[in-house]
Design a protein around this ligand. Sequence first.
Ligand code: GCU
Length: 643
Amino acid sequence: MKKTFLTALLMAAITCVAYAEDGSRLWLRSQRNSDLCEITTKDKSNTAKIATRELATYWHGKPVSLIKDKTATGEEGFEITTDKSNGHITIKAKNSCGLLYGAYELLRLQDSGMPVDNINIKENPAVKYRILNHWDNLDRSVERGYAGLSIWKWDEINGDKGTMSLALKERLTTYCRANASIGINGSVINNVNASPKMLNTLYIKKVKVLADMFRDYGIKVYLSVNFASPMAEGGLKTADPLNEGVRTWWKNKVNEIYKEIPDFGGFLVKANSEGQPGPGDYHRTHAEGANMLAEALAPHGGLVIWRSFVYGNHEGEDRVMQAVTEFEDLDGKFNSNVILQTKNGPLDFQPREPYAPLFDQIKHTPMMAELQITQEYLGQSRHLVYLAPMWKEFFSFVNPKQLIGIAGVANTGDDANWCGHHFSQANWYAFGRLAWDPTLSSEQIADEWLKQTFTHDTAFINPMKEVMMSSREACVDYMMPLGLHHIFKADHHYGPEPQGFYPKYPIEWCPVYYHKADSTGIGFDRTMNGTKAVSQYRHPFDSIYNDINTCPEEYLLWFHHVSWNHKMKDGTTLWQSLCAHYNRGVAEAKRFAETWSKMEPYVDRQRFMEVSQRMAEQVENAEEWRDTCLKYFQTFSRQEITK
Ligand code: GCU
């Protein structure tokens, strides 16, 4: 009897393992080969070994040769060609990492069902730096993380021995493979609100263990640093960038890091922003602060990535204008290894923002765009919102050729499925793909991600691709349509609070300050009659946005205070249009849930159930957004809420 029970339990456990589809494999789901495929290379590097192993294990086609050829491509590019006579495939690259990227490209073609009998591809990444920014704290909490604790289990890394636990190694191998498969070549592993402890020797040794692992996958490690580290870690009395003792402290610290990690990427810095220390504390400029670090890093080839997300230092000035005010005069004053990293919009990762005009104003300093993969303001890990269309929208205003790099605030955590929502994995994937090639369409990326992650069945792919493609606009509609922004709840930023939260918080964090609803209308006047934020845009956007008749309706309430009865392009009034957008957003969320409910035959049980549960929540949340916002705005418009 007992034995039967145990056998049943064992069988149940085995079945569970066999059918568990927890999403931990991400999009890396190639079928293993029963026979090893013939892969040859003379490149003896570890990176080439990984490329060979990936292909030998997962490639199902004709033999592949990996050839290093100095003249073939740019630093990280690759070429793939099929020999028509025998179908053999050659991947050529200048460097080993190009061979690895080529190998993953080949697997992507195979796994997304593209033809592989006549390949002729030559690729080079669009930008040099394609970096994840993890906002992970040393205690493993993750700022704006919605997928569990940090993936860096510091306790399981032994810096003295240079080892990590097997479980961590396995998990982080998936992290490296996933990143390399989409061309990500850097990882800032800690929060921009950085703990000075990150620079403690104990942690530097642990970071070395990560760097040693990431290197073979073409990924460099970077650290966020706290500008006051010389005081907190070094015991100095000041962190003034012009102080000799401070400068020496940073030089020594940088030397210590490079001794452990010879290819260390550099520092990411949030300074004089949201309470973080910075050069401004000593009446020094951002350039003086950045250049001090740049001098320490330059001999080793390291970068300073200085964030422009700075506000609150110009009392009374419209927050969205402050980055330009702060940085325009410093353009040209930064050392050559300093990069300015700027969020895509001038405010803070809202569901829709116009592009940040700092990209127009900075002419002499290399720029990186900072995108947010973690969906802080777009339903976190509870809503299906595919972000590629939002990023493509940004690239339609800011030419990626103008950028030296693209950073993405990561959405990873220790949840089995890495990102909280199975479909949030698509945003990590899309970030890498777009940073590599911003000309790819959102649709193509969705298509290849779905095929690799779920199934090739068109009865699944077509409807779910359509859902993904519509999801960002739906989110804008049910949260903040027509240019509304910053009307979320305080602290956790989840859910609506349009009436919020002055005087508990400074005015520049208050929803009422941003929507400015009153009896005459709604919206923030940033025209030449208002804050003049429009003037920071290049021509013709300055005048297009300034004129209520030419301002695109999706940005209307961002740039204009508009009367409730203003006639919209479709002939309805602003109030009616607002109601229509909120209703449309809710209807879309319902449609997404409905579509997903029909996908059961094509998806494993676990992922089907987990996504279903989140879809239901998305509908509830969308309704809450609509009802809360419209009821509140109605107290000013005094008009009927239309359904
Ligand atoms: C947002 C976010 C913060 C983050 C900040 C930043 O304001 O809510 O958590 O620290 O951006 O980008 O620095």
